[in-house]
Design a protein around this ligand. Structure first.
Ligand SMILES: NC(=O)c1ccc[n+]([C@@H]2O[C@H](COP(=O)([O-])OP(=O)(O)OC[C@H]3O[C@@H](n4cnc5c(N)ncnc54)[C@H](OP(=O)(O)O)[C@@H]3O)[C@@H](O)[C@H]2O)c1
Length: 224
């Protein structure tokens, strides 16, 4: 019976939500795709769109009603990430949601990245509000973030070109998310990182080798 109940995915038309929906549909799960009003046609293939406004919380309770689980995330760099988490927590408690999985970030407590701290606070808000243990995924930066730049011939990042990072494939993150939503990893907090620590310089060199043409690297200012 339980498997017939849908899984709600927040931000379903975005980069992450779309990947999570795709993984869930591939696993055979019915998926409710939370989208903004008017964005129903952009819902991922195989999902049922449901209109939600994260800014006000409108539609959230109805979207969660009858769902077996929900994947929560905030739009990228959203200044009100904590408020969005509060609205999700309230709606989840209202409907007695059994399983919530939160898409956080690797190193949410690192104050050198102020937007990460909003994720740490959102995690705390959700943990505090829910009656059941929260499952949290903390992914590193996605491998996919730099692909378009690599294809255009220049990697430009707002941090040291020698700083190593453990970029992760978004499809792998989505697979773990789907597993968590469908029953695995309950109550765990999982760091999700790629297998290698590579600097931007090394990534540019690898991209050049694979593409067979020059790929440069450049440190850009945060304001750019
Ligand atoms: N990129 C990375 O490397 C990385 C790594 C780890 C964690 N993360 C985190 O992953 C999360 C998702 O990032 P993303 O790049 O997937 O985001 P995104 O592509 O910007 O997608 C955001 C989604 O939220 C929707 N949305 C925006 N405002 C809304 C509102 N008021 N009501 C309802 N829906 C709304 C967007 O709808 P529309 O399509 O209509 O705009 C879209 O579906 C972020 O919190 C980010 O910090 C990212």
């Amino acid at each position: 019976m339980d498997v017939d109940r849908p899984v709600l995915v927040v931000g379903a038309t975005g980069k992450t939500g779309r990947a999570v929906c795709t993984a869930l549909v591939a696993a055979g799960a019915p998926v409710r795709a939370a989208v903004r009003a008017g964005r129903e046609p952009a819902a991922p293939t195989g999902t049922t769109p449901v209109v939600v406004d994260l800014a006000t919380g409108q539609g959230l309770t109805a979207a969660l009603e009858g769902a077996r689980a929900a994947y929560h995330l905030a739009p990228n760099m959203h200044p009100d990430e904590v408020g969005i988490a509060e609205r999700m927590a309230t709606a989840a408690v209202d409907v007695g949601l059994e399983r919530l999985v939160f898409h956080s970030v690797l190193h949410p407590d690192d104050a050198r990245m102020p937007h990460h701290l909003r994720k740490a606070e959102a995690e705390a808000v959700l943990r505090e509000a829910l009656g059941q243990p929260l499952t949290v995924l903390r992914p590193a930066a996605y491998h996919q973030n730099l692909v378009a730049q690599a294809l255009s011939g220049m990697l430009a990042v707002p941090y040291s070109l020698d700083a190593p990072s453990t970029n992760v494939d978004l499809a792998d993150v989505a697979e773990v998310a789907a597993d968590a939503l469908l029953g695995a990893h309950a109550g765990l907090t999982l760091d999700l990182a790629g297998p290698e620590a590579l600097s931007t310089r090394l990534l540019a060199a690898q991209a050049a080798a694979v593409l067979g043409r020059e790929v440069g690297d450049r440190r850009m200012s945060v304001q750019e």
